[in-house]
Each structure stands twice: as C-alpha cells, then as structure tokens.
Design a protein around this ligand. Structure first.
Ligand code: FUB
Length: 304
C-alpha cells in the first residue's frame, strides 16, 4: 500500500527499497517513465501521481530513482517540481525524459498547458534548474494545435553521429533537431506522417541493428504501437501493437532501454492495490525481445 514513505525526502536523504515484482515502486504512485542507462546504473525519471482516488491528473513534481540490479532501488530527494518552472505555474508535471550531453543532464518535461520546458543538472539525480526561463516549445510550435495538451511528452534520441532529435506531441507526432547546447531547436519543426495508424501520444525513439524504432501510445484506452524506419525522419512503417492496455490505466507510456545486455520495456499501469487506477499509476518493467527478423515481440506483461 502506498504510504511507506510518509514525508517528502529532505535534501540530503536517499530512500532505499527493494522490489521483486511489478509494480516496482509501491510507496508512491509513479507514471510516465523516462529511463537512462549510464555505466552499470539504470536511472528512472518518473511522473508522480497524487495519492488517493483522483478524477484527473494531479501531478506536481517528478521523481528520480536508480538501480544497478533492478532489485535494489534508491530514490533521490525532491528532484524537480512544476514550480521550478516559473512560467508554468498552473501546469501539471506531465511526462519527461532525461538525456546526458557534454557532461550535463537535460530533463525535458511537459507542463500540459504551457508547453515543454528543459531543466539542467550536473548529475542525473540533480539538483535541476530551469535551463531557459521560458518554454522550449509551446502550442504555437505544434502547428497551432487547438487542444491545450498538444505540446507534451518530449523524448530525445541522440543518434550515432551525435545529432540530438526531440520528438513530442499529442494527436500528432512532432519532431525537430536540437542544437548542440540542447536548449534550442535547430531548424524546422516537422510532423511524422502517420497515414494508416493513430498516434495518441508518448513517442519514444530507439535504434537497434541500424533501424529506427518509433513507439507511441495509440487509441484510448492506450496501447503501445511501434513503427520502423531506415532513417530517423522516416518513412516509418507500422509494425503493430507492442503492448496491450496495461492493467486498469487508460494511459500507457513507455521507455525502451538496453541495460546490462538486455532490452527492457518500462511502462505504467494502474494496478497497485489500494487506490491504483488511471490517475494513480505505477511503473513496471518487463523484458523486451527481438525476433530473428529484427522486429519486436509483443511485450508479455508479468501481470498477464
Ligand atoms: O501523465 C500525464 C500524461 O498521461 C502523459 O503526459 C501522457 O503520456 C499520459 O501518460
């Protein structure tokens, strides 16, 4: 039951816990995983649903966890809050993603109403500070989309040539290059052409054996689908459903990383006992497998 940790972590505190099953975190509600592997450590950056039965998203901060064995975890103190972005006062701490570049860590975050921001830190666990003092992207950059949550769910992919690409969006999948400083868009904003399949949100790009994989939430309740391409800008060819609706949550949001030689699919469900549901979600980790032809097997959630 959530509640083991009854107070926010103090600035020097770290909270250690062990986990042998999904959901991996049971003392907080966590959602929207963004993961980063550095050396022998998997860093998990999470959205934070409020405790208690909610009728909407109540998300005011983001959390950081790390592990070296997927069993023993460390949670770090007050990592990043919506109020750290002065321009996003009334926003919600929606999905984010952290990448390392030039010795710094950049945390791209969604604020729901006011756009995408970026925070920077010297260490993965922070402290993070707003790197720009203004949004990196707003709805105007989403081809003036009419719904207020069009400009959410940033995910960054750094290609083998060093070029960093930012993908994001709700309803449409947008993408652009990032400058080497990681806090400016470089050139044109474009859309991924999804003719035959419905993109809802939560894009994530990874590369395997020279192919680009774009996974994303589709439909509602959401399942995770994926498409493949030979070039980062596509054309992407739809491959099918990668993950079915995840227990008791309308949303689904994935991070895909390779850790200690194995690929993992990190996502959330609403299956934590007590108040778990669409607005009180929990991060889970399952193995991901490639088929001999290079495509992906559907994820077998350990709860199935
Ligand atoms: O958690 C709030 C929003 O729900 C995220 O930004 C979406 O990806 C969905 O999970």
């Amino acid at each position: 039951v959530p509640g083991a940790l009854v107070r926010p972590l103090e600035s020097s505190d770290q909270y250690r816990f062990t986990s042998s099953a999904n959901p991996i975190i049971t003392h907080e509600y966590t959602a929207d995983p963004g993961a980063l592997v550095k050396g022998d450590t998997l860093w998990l950056f999470a959205g934070h649903d409020s405790t208690g039965a909610q009728k909407g998203y109540k998300m005011k901060d983001w959390l950081v966890f790390s592990t070296t064995d997927l069993k023993t975890w460390t949670q770090y103190p007050a990592s990043l809050k919506i109020t750290d972005f002065a321009w996003a006062k009334s926003g919600d701490a929606y999905a984010g993603h952290v990448v390392e570049r030039n010795g710094k860590y950049y945390w791209y975050i969604s604020t729901n109403w006011t756009g995408i921001g970026v925070a920077v830190a010297d260490r993965p666990q922070g402290p993070y500070r707003d790197a720009l003092g203004k949004p990196l992207l707003t709805n105007k950059d989403c081809f003036a989309s009419t719904h207020s949550w069009a400009c959410i769910d940033p995910a960054v992919f750094v290609d083998d040539d060093g070029q960093a690409w930012l993908f994001w969006g709700n309803g449409q999948c947008y993408y652009a290059k990032l400058k080497d400083n990681m806090i400016e868009i470089d050139g044109e904003i474009k859309k991924i052409d999804f003719k035959d399949f419905q993109f809802t949100e939560a894009p994530w790009v990874h590369k395997h054996n020279g192919k680009y994989f774009l996974s994303y939430a589709t439909g509602f309740p959401e399942r995770i689908a994926y498409a493949m391409a030979d070039r980062i800008e596509g054309p992407y060819v739809y491959q099918g459903i990668l993950n079915e609706i995840a227990g008791n949550s309308n949303t689904n949001h994935q991070a895909i990383v390779e850790f200690k030689g194995n690929p993992y699919f990190i996502y959330h469900n609403g299956a934590l006992q007590h108040d778990g549901g669409s607005y009180s979600r929990s991060i889970c980790i399952d193995r991901l497998y490639y088929k001999a032809d290079g495509t992906l097997e559907r994820v077998k959630m350990t709860s199935e």
